[in-house]
Ligand binder design. Structure first.
Ligand SMILES: Cc1cc2nc3c(=O)[nH]c(=O)nc-3n(C[C@H](O)[C@H](O)[C@H](O)COP(=O)(O)OP(=O)(O)OC[C@H]3O[C@@H](n4cnc5c(N)ncnc54)[C@H](O)[C@@H]3O)c2cc1C
Length: 410
């Protein structure tokens, strides 16, 4: 008997991982990716966990970033070394170029037996009886019928629309690719910078990330400020001072960044993963790992139920996801409310990042995706420090005096 066909829409990190997992498990998979050549706009920072868990070879990683400097709105600096509670040789943040990374992941899916084609989904109908889709490949319209579909088609997902999922709030992120002379690029190999302040982003942050042959320099802003995103990005370049003055901007890229999870992840014959399901962490904008992880769990669930992919069965994916990561997402959403949103909060955040326990906890959760337990005394100390710093920035009489390096006007 012929195997039921599974359709994966989108060949980014989520779709390629789902397709690879399905094919490796013996399913008949077709992955549609609308463009093999056009990279997804992305800072490309990944935790080492991705490398270990998904077997990413070293040559795919451009740089191993070990140090970062955070700049507060008033120019106060906090230097942070990337290290968790138990230091290991895997304490770094990997930097990838999405054109290299996504191609590698699609190759792996193809090697596992998935059919991966450059084709754009034009329409899709999902009913309890089956999935019918129309796509365009090399200018020719084609039809396909499938037993189930995984929507891995990112922030503007057509599959999410087809199942009736609500639109989640989205940030806009824009970045320049800037090439510096080689001698200056060398200085950035292990270093990144984060800039906070309402002239670079009222609600998120600005970044400078090193890549093989360029720097990714970008900002993310909420929908309320999206029309000014290029101004914020130019302010960021200005705030870096002389560091980028010999650089050449050779590409400008922008894309939506979902800020909230879809509550429902599975329907009859359909599941959403990665950005299509809004799985970006709101504090950091991190979404690559979560797209791959959700792709893997969704695919494993579908393998189990491919003969009967009804919502009641596919819901297992949603249950596993919420059990493993629901608390973490809720915690990070709250953290974003506490530390992001105005310049005084950003000052407190920069100050708190000087605390070693805060640094270690942050990196445990980022590098290893673990929420480490903190001794009660450390918890109390951090809480006390936080209260002190909030008082310092919110009570006018206690506010630190302005420093000579003032922030730009918003
Ligand atoms: C500027 C910016 C910086 C970021 N920086 C980071 C970072 O440093 N680290 C991090 O972890 N995350 C970062 N993110 C988030 C990260 O890019 C996403 O979370 C991640 O790419 C999600 O993967 P995905 O596979 O779900 O979706 P995507 O990577 O968006 O992949 C979706 C794929 O579907 C394809 N597609 C869409 N529609 C169709 C269609 N109709 N037919 C066929 N194919 C289709 C697209 O071409 C695309 O390849 C950043 C995002 C932005 C915008």
């Amino acid at each position: 008997m012929a195997k039921p066909k599974i359709l994966v829409v989108g060949g980014g990190p989520g779709g390629a991982t789902a397709g690879r997992t399905l094919a490796a498990g013996g399913a008949d998979v077709l992955i549609l990716e609308k463009s093999f050549g056009r990279p997804k706009p992305c800072g490309g920072a990944i935790p080492p966990l991705v490398i270990n868990e998904f077997g990413i070879p070293p040559e795919i990683i451009d740089c191993r970033m070990k140090y970062t400097t955070i700049y507060s709105p008033t120019g106060r600096e906090t230097d942070v070394t990337v290290v968790g509670t138990k230091p290991t040789d895997k304490d770094f943040i990997g930097m990838v170029r999405r054109e290299v990374y996504d191609n590698y992941l699609r190759e792996q899916a193809s090697k596992a037996g998935a059919e991966v084609i450059e084709a754009k989904l034009l329409s899709i109908k999902i009913t309890p009886d089956g999935v019918k889709a129309v796509y365009e490949e090399k200018g020719v319209e084609k039809k396909i019928e499938a037993a189930a579909v995984i929507g891995a088609d990112g922030a503007y997902s057509m599959v999410a629309k087809a199942v009736g999922a609500p639109r989640v709030p989205q940030c806009v992120a824009m970045q320049y690719r800037i090439r510096l002379p080689e001698s200056q690029m060398q200085e950035w190999r292990e270093t990144a910078e984060l800039y906070l302040g309402d002239e670079v982003s009222p609600d998120f942050y600005g970044w400078v990330f090193p890549k093989h042959d360029h720097l990714s320099v970008g900002v993310g802003v909420s929908p309320d400020h999206s029309t000014k995103v290029r101004t914020y990005l130019n302010n960021l370049v200005e705030r870096t001072g002389n560091k980028l003055k010999d650089g050449k901007i050779y590409a400008t890229e922008a894309h939506a960044l979902p800020m909230r999870h879809q509550k429902k992840l599975a329907w009859d014959r359909a599941m959403l993963i990665g950005d299509a399901a809004g799985m970006v962490v709101s504090t950091s904008g991190e979404g690559i790992y979560w797209a791959m992880k959700s792709g893997k769990i969704a695919a494993e669930t579908l393998l189990k139920f491919q003969e009967n992919p009804i919502a009641a069965n596919l819901n297992e994916y949603e249950k596993i996801w919420k059990k493993q990561y629901g608390t973490m997402y809720r915690f990070l959403d709250r953290l974003q409310g506490i530390y992001f949103g105005d310049n005084r909060k950003f000052e407190v955040f920069t100050q708190m990042c000087r605390d070693e326990d805060v640094q270690r906890l942050t990196f445990d959760s980022y590098l290893h995706k673990e929420m480490a337990k903190l001794p009660v005394t450390s918890g109390l100390r951090i809480f006390g420090k936080m209260a002190f710093n909030f008082a310092r920035w919110y009570v006018p009489a206690l506010r630190p005096k302005p420093r000579p390096t003032l922030a730009l006007e918003g």
